[in-house]
Ligand binder design. Sequence first.
Ligand code: SAH
Length: 451
Amino acid sequence: MRACFGVKAQQLISRGFFHPVSPSAVRWRAAQIRLFCSPSADEGKPGPSMLRHLTSKIKATGPITVAEYMREVLTNPVTGYYVRNNMLGPDGDFITSPEISQIFGELVGVWIISEWMGAGQPKQLQLVELGPGKGSLAGDVLRVFSQLQSVLGKTSASLHLVEVSPALSRLQAQHLTGTCSQEADAEDEPVYRRGETAAGLQVSWYRRLDDVPAGFSIFLAHEFFDALPIHKFQRTQKGWREVMVDIDPEKADQLRFVVAPSPTLASSTLIQAGERRSHVEVCPEGGVIVQQLARRIAEDGGAALIADYGHDGTKTDTFRGFKGHQLHDVLSSPGSADLTADVDFSYLRRMAGGGVACLGPVTQRNFLKNMGIDSRMQVLLRNCSDASTRKQLISSYDMLTNAAKMGERFHFFSLLHLSRLAQPKRSEGLKLEKKSPAPLPVAGFTKLSFS
Ligand code: SAH
Protein backbone atom coordinates (compact mmCIF):
# COMPACT_ATOMS: atom_id res chain seq x y z
CA MET A 1 0.00 0.00 0.00
CA ARG A 2 1.00 3.62 -0.29
CA ALA A 3 2.22 4.97 3.00
CA CYS A 4 0.19 7.36 5.08
CA PHE A 5 2.49 10.29 5.54
CA GLY A 6 1.08 11.54 8.79
CA VAL A 7 -0.41 14.74 7.46
CA LYS A 8 -1.77 16.80 10.29
CA ALA A 9 -5.45 16.47 9.56
CA GLN A 10 -6.18 19.77 11.21
CA GLN A 11 -3.96 21.48 8.68
CA LEU A 12 -5.89 19.87 5.90
CA ILE A 13 -9.27 20.60 7.26
CA SER A 14 -9.38 23.70 9.40
CA ARG A 15 -10.28 26.67 7.28
CA GLY A 16 -12.76 29.40 6.77
CA PHE A 17 -12.19 32.60 8.71
CA PHE A 18 -14.34 35.41 7.49
CA HIS A 19 -14.07 39.08 8.27
CA PRO A 20 -16.85 40.88 6.43
CA VAL A 21 -16.04 43.94 4.39
CA SER A 22 -17.59 47.05 5.85
CA PRO A 23 -20.90 47.62 4.00
CA SER A 24 -20.02 51.24 3.27
CA ALA A 25 -16.83 50.21 1.54
CA VAL A 26 -17.90 50.10 -2.05
CA ARG A 27 -15.11 52.04 -3.71
CA TRP A 28 -11.94 50.30 -4.87
CA ARG A 29 -10.55 49.74 -1.46
CA ALA A 30 -8.85 47.07 0.56
CA ALA A 31 -11.22 44.24 1.35
CA GLN A 32 -10.54 42.71 4.76
CA ILE A 33 -11.77 39.36 3.59
CA ARG A 34 -9.29 37.21 5.33
CA LEU A 35 -5.66 36.49 5.66
CA PHE A 36 -4.94 33.05 6.97
CA CYS A 37 -1.33 33.86 7.55
CA SER A 38 0.39 37.16 7.03
CA PRO A 39 3.21 37.16 4.55
CA SER A 40 6.49 36.77 6.36
CA ALA A 41 10.08 37.25 5.34
CA ASP A 42 10.93 33.57 5.42
CA GLU A 43 8.01 32.47 3.31
CA GLY A 44 8.80 30.59 0.08
CA LYS A 45 10.05 32.73 -2.73
CA PRO A 46 7.32 34.44 -4.73
CA GLY A 47 7.02 33.13 -8.26
CA PRO A 48 8.59 36.39 -9.50
CA SER A 49 7.47 36.02 -13.09
CA MET A 50 3.91 35.16 -11.99
CA LEU A 51 3.75 38.19 -9.69
CA ARG A 52 5.21 40.38 -12.45
CA HIS A 53 2.74 38.95 -14.94
CA LEU A 54 -0.19 39.69 -12.60
CA THR A 55 0.93 43.20 -11.67
CA SER A 56 1.46 44.15 -15.36
CA LYS A 57 -1.98 42.81 -16.15
CA ILE A 58 -3.58 44.81 -13.32
CA LYS A 59 -1.64 47.96 -14.29
CA ALA A 60 -2.88 47.62 -17.87
CA THR A 61 -6.54 46.79 -17.28
CA GLY A 62 -7.34 47.40 -13.61
CA PRO A 63 -8.14 44.98 -10.79
CA ILE A 64 -8.83 41.40 -11.90
CA THR A 65 -11.55 39.03 -10.68
CA VAL A 66 -10.59 36.35 -8.14
CA ALA A 67 -11.49 33.80 -10.85
CA GLU A 68 -8.98 35.30 -13.26
CA TYR A 69 -6.38 35.46 -10.49
CA MET A 70 -6.96 31.80 -9.60
CA ARG A 71 -6.92 30.68 -13.24
CA GLU A 72 -3.65 32.49 -13.95
CA VAL A 73 -1.95 31.35 -10.76
CA LEU A 74 -2.96 27.69 -11.13
CA THR A 75 -3.07 26.99 -14.85
CA ASN A 76 -1.17 29.70 -16.74
CA PRO A 77 0.49 27.58 -19.46
CA VAL A 78 4.00 28.83 -18.63
CA THR A 79 4.15 29.72 -14.95
CA GLY A 80 0.98 28.13 -13.48
CA TYR A 81 1.24 26.21 -10.21
CA TYR A 82 -0.19 22.98 -11.64
CA VAL A 83 1.73 23.32 -14.87
CA ARG A 84 5.13 23.51 -13.18
CA ASN A 85 4.86 21.58 -9.94
CA ASN A 86 4.50 18.12 -8.56
CA MET A 87 2.57 19.24 -5.54
CA LEU A 88 1.14 15.96 -4.25
CA GLY A 89 2.60 13.90 -1.45
CA PRO A 90 4.68 14.32 1.69
CA ASP A 91 7.27 16.54 -0.01
CA GLY A 92 4.61 18.56 -1.81
CA ASP A 93 1.91 20.92 -0.64
CA PHE A 94 -0.98 18.57 0.09
CA ILE A 95 -1.96 14.92 0.11
CA THR A 96 -5.19 13.39 -1.13
CA SER A 97 -7.18 10.26 -0.26
CA PRO A 98 -5.98 8.15 -3.23
CA GLU A 99 -2.41 8.97 -2.17
CA ILE A 100 -3.11 7.97 1.41
CA SER A 101 -4.32 4.44 0.74
CA GLN A 102 -4.93 2.17 -2.24
CA ILE A 103 -8.15 0.99 -0.55
CA PHE A 104 -9.73 4.28 -1.55
CA GLY A 105 -9.17 3.70 -5.29
CA GLU A 106 -10.13 0.04 -5.01
CA LEU A 107 -13.51 0.92 -3.53
CA VAL A 108 -14.03 3.54 -6.26
CA GLY A 109 -13.17 0.77 -8.76
CA VAL A 110 -15.89 -1.42 -7.25
CA TRP A 111 -18.32 1.53 -7.49
CA ILE A 112 -17.54 1.89 -11.21
CA ILE A 113 -18.13 -1.80 -11.91
CA SER A 114 -21.33 -1.66 -9.92
CA GLU A 115 -22.63 1.30 -11.95
CA TRP A 116 -21.59 -0.36 -15.19
CA MET A 117 -23.62 -3.40 -14.11
CA GLY A 118 -26.53 -1.16 -13.07
CA ALA A 119 -26.50 0.28 -16.60
CA GLY A 120 -26.91 -3.19 -18.12
CA GLN A 121 -23.21 -3.99 -18.76
CA PRO A 122 -22.64 -2.00 -21.95
CA LYS A 123 -19.99 -3.42 -24.31
CA GLN A 124 -17.86 -0.26 -24.21
CA LEU A 125 -16.72 1.38 -21.00
CA GLN A 126 -14.82 4.67 -21.00
CA LEU A 127 -13.31 5.60 -17.66
CA VAL A 128 -12.77 9.37 -17.74
CA GLU A 129 -10.86 11.07 -14.94
CA LEU A 130 -10.73 14.84 -14.54
CA GLY A 131 -7.53 16.13 -12.90
CA PRO A 132 -5.83 12.77 -12.20
CA GLY A 133 -2.88 14.16 -10.18
CA LYS A 134 -0.24 11.42 -10.04
CA GLY A 135 -2.56 8.85 -11.65
CA SER A 136 -2.85 6.85 -8.41
CA LEU A 137 -6.66 6.69 -8.36
CA ALA A 138 -6.83 5.54 -12.00
CA GLY A 139 -4.09 2.97 -11.33
CA ASP A 140 -5.96 1.50 -8.37
CA VAL A 141 -9.23 1.41 -10.36
CA LEU A 142 -7.53 -0.38 -13.25
CA ARG A 143 -6.17 -2.99 -10.84
CA VAL A 144 -9.76 -3.70 -9.78
CA PHE A 145 -10.70 -4.00 -13.47
CA SER A 146 -7.96 -6.64 -13.89
CA GLN A 147 -9.06 -8.49 -10.77
CA LEU A 148 -12.69 -8.46 -11.91
CA GLN A 149 -11.86 -9.33 -15.52
CA SER A 150 -14.24 -12.28 -15.31
CA VAL A 151 -17.08 -9.85 -14.52
CA LEU A 152 -16.11 -7.36 -17.23
CA GLY A 153 -15.79 -10.20 -19.74
CA LYS A 154 -15.24 -8.94 -23.29
CA THR A 155 -16.16 -5.34 -22.44
CA SER A 156 -13.81 -2.96 -24.19
CA ALA A 157 -12.52 -0.58 -21.51
CA SER A 158 -10.37 2.49 -22.11
CA LEU A 159 -8.97 5.28 -19.91
CA HIS A 160 -9.31 9.00 -20.76
CA LEU A 161 -7.48 11.57 -18.63
CA VAL A 162 -8.33 15.27 -18.71
CA GLU A 163 -5.21 17.02 -17.44
CA VAL A 164 -4.04 20.57 -17.96
CA SER A 165 -0.53 20.04 -16.60
CA PRO A 166 2.13 18.60 -18.92
CA ALA A 167 4.34 17.85 -15.89
CA LEU A 168 1.61 15.83 -14.16
CA SER A 169 0.60 14.09 -17.40
CA ARG A 170 4.16 12.75 -17.64
CA LEU A 171 3.93 11.44 -14.06
CA GLN A 172 0.56 9.84 -14.83
CA ALA A 173 1.97 8.23 -17.97
CA GLN A 174 4.93 6.87 -16.06
CA HIS A 175 2.67 5.43 -13.36
CA LEU A 176 0.05 3.94 -15.67
CA THR A 177 1.96 2.95 -18.79
CA GLY A 178 5.65 2.85 -17.79
CA THR A 179 7.50 3.80 -20.95
CA CYS A 180 4.59 2.92 -23.24
CA SER A 181 3.24 6.38 -24.01
CA GLN A 182 3.98 9.03 -26.57
CA GLU A 183 3.29 12.73 -26.92
CA ALA A 184 1.36 13.92 -29.98
CA ASP A 185 3.44 15.42 -32.79
CA ALA A 186 1.44 18.64 -33.08
CA GLU A 187 0.81 20.89 -30.08
CA ASP A 188 -2.85 21.48 -30.89
CA GLU A 189 -3.88 17.80 -31.12
CA PRO A 190 -6.93 17.18 -28.89
CA VAL A 191 -5.27 13.96 -27.70
CA TYR A 192 -1.89 15.27 -26.60
CA ARG A 193 -0.52 11.95 -25.34
CA ARG A 194 -1.41 8.31 -25.91
CA GLY A 195 -0.28 5.17 -24.19
CA GLU A 196 -1.08 1.61 -23.24
CA THR A 197 -1.04 -0.10 -19.85
CA ALA A 198 0.78 -3.38 -19.26
CA ALA A 199 -2.61 -5.11 -19.55
CA GLY A 200 -3.12 -3.57 -23.01
CA LEU A 201 -5.70 -0.93 -22.06
CA GLN A 202 -5.57 2.27 -24.15
CA VAL A 203 -4.92 5.54 -22.30
CA SER A 204 -5.46 9.01 -23.85
CA TRP A 205 -4.75 12.49 -22.45
CA TYR A 206 -6.81 15.63 -23.22
CA ARG A 207 -6.69 19.22 -22.04
CA ARG A 208 -10.48 19.63 -22.03
CA LEU A 209 -13.46 17.41 -21.33
CA ASP A 210 -14.96 18.53 -24.67
CA ASP A 211 -12.25 16.60 -26.50
CA VAL A 212 -13.09 13.23 -24.91
CA PRO A 213 -15.05 11.10 -27.41
CA ALA A 214 -18.76 10.44 -26.83
CA GLY A 215 -19.81 7.04 -25.49
CA PHE A 216 -20.91 5.28 -22.31
CA SER A 217 -18.57 6.73 -19.67
CA ILE A 218 -17.98 6.73 -15.97
CA PHE A 219 -16.48 10.09 -14.97
CA LEU A 220 -14.34 10.57 -11.88
CA ALA A 221 -13.38 13.91 -10.37
CA HIS A 222 -11.47 13.69 -7.12
CA GLU A 223 -10.30 17.02 -5.68
CA PHE A 224 -10.74 18.53 -9.15
CA PHE A 225 -13.66 20.95 -8.73
CA ASP A 226 -12.02 22.67 -5.76
CA ALA A 227 -9.15 23.75 -8.03
CA LEU A 228 -11.43 25.52 -10.53
CA PRO A 229 -11.61 29.34 -10.43
CA ILE A 230 -14.23 30.95 -8.22
CA HIS A 231 -15.76 34.42 -8.27
CA LYS A 232 -16.22 36.04 -4.86
CA PHE A 233 -19.05 38.40 -3.98
CA GLN A 234 -19.71 40.64 -1.01
CA ARG A 235 -23.11 41.93 0.05
CA THR A 236 -22.92 45.73 0.54
CA GLN A 237 -25.46 48.48 1.26
CA LYS A 238 -25.61 49.09 -2.48
CA GLY A 239 -26.17 45.45 -3.33
CA TRP A 240 -23.87 42.60 -4.34
CA ARG A 241 -20.37 43.60 -5.39
CA GLU A 242 -17.57 41.47 -6.76
CA VAL A 243 -14.32 41.08 -4.83
CA MET A 244 -11.31 41.74 -7.05
CA VAL A 245 -7.52 41.52 -6.79
CA ASP A 246 -5.50 44.75 -7.01
CA ILE A 247 -1.95 45.96 -6.39
CA ASP A 248 -1.40 47.27 -2.87
CA PRO A 249 -0.79 51.02 -3.38
CA GLU A 250 1.63 51.06 -0.46
CA LYS A 251 3.68 48.04 -1.52
CA ALA A 252 4.03 47.68 -5.28
CA ASP A 253 5.06 44.02 -5.06
CA GLN A 254 2.07 42.98 -2.98
CA LEU A 255 -1.50 42.27 -3.91
CA ARG A 256 -4.66 42.98 -1.94
CA PHE A 257 -8.40 42.35 -2.21
CA VAL A 258 -10.67 45.23 -3.18
CA VAL A 259 -14.41 45.49 -3.70
CA ALA A 260 -15.65 46.63 -7.11
CA PRO A 261 -17.44 50.01 -6.86
CA SER A 262 -20.22 48.98 -9.25
CA PRO A 263 -21.78 45.70 -10.37
CA THR A 264 -19.73 43.46 -12.67
CA LEU A 265 -21.18 41.03 -15.22
CA ALA A 266 -20.51 38.22 -12.75
CA SER A 267 -22.11 39.95 -9.74
CA SER A 268 -25.18 40.75 -11.84
CA THR A 269 -25.63 37.22 -13.14
CA LEU A 270 -24.23 34.67 -10.68
CA ILE A 271 -26.01 35.50 -7.42
CA GLN A 272 -29.22 33.56 -6.78
CA ALA A 273 -32.38 35.55 -6.08
CA GLY A 274 -33.13 35.27 -2.35
CA GLU A 275 -29.49 34.60 -1.41
CA ARG A 276 -29.20 35.06 2.37
CA ARG A 277 -25.46 34.88 2.95
CA SER A 278 -23.40 38.06 3.00
CA HIS A 279 -20.42 36.58 1.16
CA VAL A 280 -20.71 34.06 -1.66
CA GLU A 281 -18.30 32.11 -3.87
CA VAL A 282 -19.46 30.82 -7.26
CA CYS A 283 -17.50 28.59 -9.64
CA PRO A 284 -19.08 29.01 -13.10
CA GLU A 285 -16.38 26.86 -14.73
CA GLY A 286 -17.41 24.01 -12.42
CA GLY A 287 -21.02 24.66 -13.41
CA VAL A 288 -20.19 24.40 -17.11
CA ILE A 289 -18.29 21.15 -16.59
CA VAL A 290 -21.20 19.64 -14.65
CA GLN A 291 -23.56 20.68 -17.46
CA GLN A 292 -21.28 18.90 -19.95
CA LEU A 293 -21.18 15.79 -17.76
CA ALA A 294 -24.97 15.84 -17.38
CA ARG A 295 -25.51 16.19 -21.14
CA ARG A 296 -23.11 13.35 -21.91
CA ILE A 297 -24.67 11.05 -19.31
CA ALA A 298 -28.19 11.84 -20.55
CA GLU A 299 -27.17 11.18 -24.19
CA ASP A 300 -24.70 8.29 -23.93
CA GLY A 301 -25.42 6.75 -20.51
CA GLY A 302 -23.02 6.45 -17.62
CA ALA A 303 -22.41 8.21 -14.34
CA ALA A 304 -20.14 10.73 -12.65
CA LEU A 305 -18.60 10.43 -9.20
CA ILE A 306 -17.42 13.74 -7.77
CA ALA A 307 -15.51 13.70 -4.48
CA ASP A 308 -14.30 16.85 -2.82
CA TYR A 309 -14.51 18.99 0.25
CA GLY A 310 -17.57 21.12 0.06
CA HIS A 311 -20.90 22.28 1.37
CA ASP A 312 -24.51 22.52 0.29
CA GLY A 313 -24.75 26.26 -0.36
CA THR A 314 -24.12 27.31 3.23
CA LYS A 315 -20.49 28.41 3.49
CA THR A 316 -19.07 31.86 2.78
CA ASP A 317 -15.34 32.50 2.52
CA THR A 318 -13.47 29.25 1.86
CA PHE A 319 -10.77 30.46 -0.55
CA ARG A 320 -7.39 29.38 0.80
CA GLY A 321 -3.85 28.40 -0.11
CA PHE A 322 -1.70 25.40 0.78
CA LYS A 323 2.03 25.17 0.79
CA GLY A 324 4.08 22.46 2.44
CA HIS A 325 0.90 21.12 4.12
CA GLN A 326 0.31 24.49 5.83
CA LEU A 327 -2.32 27.12 5.16
CA HIS A 328 -0.86 29.86 2.98
CA ASP A 329 -2.02 33.41 2.28
CA VAL A 330 -3.71 33.23 -1.13
CA LEU A 331 -2.25 36.52 -2.36
CA SER A 332 1.30 35.92 -1.24
CA SER A 333 3.95 34.48 -3.62
CA PRO A 334 1.36 33.64 -6.31
CA GLY A 335 2.23 30.46 -8.18
CA SER A 336 4.17 28.95 -5.27
CA ALA A 337 1.15 27.46 -3.44
CA ASP A 338 -2.02 25.58 -4.22
CA LEU A 339 -5.23 27.63 -4.26
CA THR A 340 -8.54 26.01 -3.50
CA ALA A 341 -12.14 26.72 -2.48
CA ASP A 342 -14.85 24.43 -1.11
CA VAL A 343 -17.17 22.99 -3.73
CA ASP A 344 -20.79 24.19 -3.54
CA PHE A 345 -22.70 20.96 -4.25
CA SER A 346 -26.05 22.77 -4.29
CA TYR A 347 -24.74 24.85 -7.21
CA LEU A 348 -23.50 21.73 -9.04
CA ARG A 349 -26.92 20.10 -8.52
CA ARG A 350 -28.66 23.18 -9.94
CA MET A 351 -26.34 23.28 -12.94
CA ALA A 352 -26.80 19.54 -13.62
CA GLY A 353 -30.50 20.24 -14.30
CA GLY A 354 -33.30 17.72 -14.60
CA GLY A 355 -31.82 15.52 -17.36
CA VAL A 356 -29.87 13.41 -14.85
CA ALA A 357 -30.42 12.17 -11.32
CA CYS A 358 -28.18 13.63 -8.59
CA LEU A 359 -27.25 11.68 -5.46
CA GLY A 360 -25.53 13.08 -2.40
CA PRO A 361 -23.49 14.71 -1.17
CA VAL A 362 -22.76 12.01 1.41
CA THR A 363 -19.74 12.16 3.68
CA GLN A 364 -16.61 10.26 2.68
CA ARG A 365 -16.95 8.25 5.89
CA ASN A 366 -20.46 7.08 4.95
CA PHE A 367 -19.55 6.47 1.32
CA LEU A 368 -16.52 4.33 2.18
CA LYS A 369 -18.38 2.46 4.92
CA ASN A 370 -21.28 1.80 2.54
CA MET A 371 -18.74 0.54 0.01
CA GLY A 372 -17.46 -1.99 2.54
CA ILE A 373 -14.18 -0.41 3.69
CA ASP A 374 -14.48 -2.20 7.05
CA SER A 375 -14.68 -5.66 5.47
CA ARG A 376 -11.81 -4.80 3.10
CA MET A 377 -9.69 -3.66 6.06
CA GLN A 378 -10.40 -6.87 7.93
CA VAL A 379 -9.23 -8.93 4.95
CA LEU A 380 -6.06 -6.84 4.55
CA LEU A 381 -5.26 -7.01 8.26
CA ARG A 382 -5.90 -10.75 8.37
CA ASN A 383 -3.38 -11.24 5.57
CA CYS A 384 -0.75 -8.92 6.97
CA SER A 385 1.66 -9.94 9.69
CA ASP A 386 4.15 -7.08 9.37
CA ALA A 387 3.60 -4.78 12.35
CA SER A 388 4.55 -1.56 10.60
CA THR A 389 2.35 -2.28 7.57
CA ARG A 390 -0.55 -3.05 9.90
CA LYS A 391 0.05 0.24 11.66
CA GLN A 392 0.07 2.08 8.33
CA LEU A 393 -3.14 0.35 7.26
CA ILE A 394 -4.90 1.35 10.46
CA SER A 395 -3.64 4.91 10.38
CA SER A 396 -4.64 5.45 6.73
CA TYR A 397 -8.09 3.95 7.45
CA ASP A 398 -8.41 6.40 10.31
CA MET A 399 -7.33 9.34 8.16
CA LEU A 400 -9.87 8.48 5.45
CA THR A 401 -12.85 7.77 7.68
CA ASN A 402 -12.40 9.58 11.01
CA ALA A 403 -15.05 12.29 11.24
CA ALA A 404 -12.48 14.70 12.67
CA LYS A 405 -10.04 14.05 9.79
CA MET A 406 -11.12 13.47 6.19
CA GLY A 407 -14.26 11.45 7.00
CA GLU A 408 -16.72 14.32 7.26
CA ARG A 409 -14.82 17.07 5.53
CA PHE A 410 -14.94 15.29 2.13
CA HIS A 411 -18.15 14.41 0.33
CA PHE A 412 -19.28 12.22 -2.56
CA PHE A 413 -21.79 13.41 -5.10
CA SER A 414 -23.01 11.56 -8.16
CA LEU A 415 -24.78 12.21 -11.46
CA LEU A 416 -26.64 9.24 -12.90
CA HIS A 417 -28.67 8.49 -16.00
CA LEU A 418 -32.37 8.94 -15.17
CA SER A 419 -33.11 5.31 -16.07
CA ARG A 420 -30.73 4.19 -13.33
CA LEU A 421 -33.16 5.09 -10.56
CA ALA A 422 -36.40 4.61 -12.49
CA GLN A 423 -38.94 2.46 -10.69
CA PRO A 424 -40.16 -0.58 -12.60
CA LYS A 425 -43.32 0.09 -14.64
CA ARG A 426 -46.47 -1.43 -13.29
CA SER A 427 -48.85 -3.19 -15.60
CA GLU A 428 -52.59 -2.53 -15.49
CA GLY A 429 -53.38 -5.08 -12.80
CA LEU A 430 -50.67 -3.58 -10.56
CA LYS A 431 -48.53 -6.67 -11.11
CA LEU A 432 -44.85 -5.93 -11.70
CA GLU A 433 -43.87 -6.50 -15.31
CA LYS A 434 -41.45 -9.38 -15.59
CA LYS A 435 -38.96 -7.48 -17.74
CA SER A 436 -38.59 -4.53 -15.36
CA PRO A 437 -36.61 -5.66 -12.33
CA ALA A 438 -36.17 -3.15 -9.52
CA PRO A 439 -33.05 -1.03 -10.11
CA LEU A 440 -29.91 -2.07 -8.22
CA PRO A 441 -29.24 0.24 -5.31
CA VAL A 442 -26.49 2.76 -6.02
CA ALA A 443 -23.40 1.59 -4.15
CA GLY A 444 -21.84 4.01 -1.69
CA PHE A 445 -24.98 6.07 -1.38
CA THR A 446 -26.84 3.18 0.23
CA LYS A 447 -25.37 0.39 2.30
CA LEU A 448 -24.18 -2.63 0.30
CA SER A 449 -25.21 -5.93 1.75
CA PHE A 450 -22.77 -8.82 1.52
CA SER A 451 -25.22 -11.59 2.37
N1 SAH B 1 -7.29 13.89 -8.42
C1 SAH B 1 -5.96 13.94 -7.87
C2 SAH B 1 -5.29 15.32 -8.03
C3 SAH B 1 -6.00 16.50 -7.43
S1 SAH B 1 -5.09 18.01 -7.69
C4 SAH B 1 -5.96 13.47 -6.44
O1 SAH B 1 -7.00 13.55 -5.80
O2 SAH B 1 -4.91 13.03 -5.96
C5 SAH B 1 -5.99 18.72 -9.07
C6 SAH B 1 -5.71 18.07 -10.40
O3 SAH B 1 -6.52 18.74 -11.39
C7 SAH B 1 -4.29 18.17 -10.92
O4 SAH B 1 -4.02 17.01 -11.67
C8 SAH B 1 -4.34 19.40 -11.81
O5 SAH B 1 -3.28 19.49 -12.72
C9 SAH B 1 -5.68 19.22 -12.45
N2 SAH B 1 -6.34 20.43 -12.95
C10 SAH B 1 -6.50 21.59 -12.29
N3 SAH B 1 -7.21 22.47 -13.04
C11 SAH B 1 -7.51 21.83 -14.18
C12 SAH B 1 -8.24 22.18 -15.35
N4 SAH B 1 -8.79 23.38 -15.48
N5 SAH B 1 -8.38 21.27 -16.34
C13 SAH B 1 -7.82 20.02 -16.20
N6 SAH B 1 -7.12 19.63 -15.12
C14 SAH B 1 -6.96 20.52 -14.13
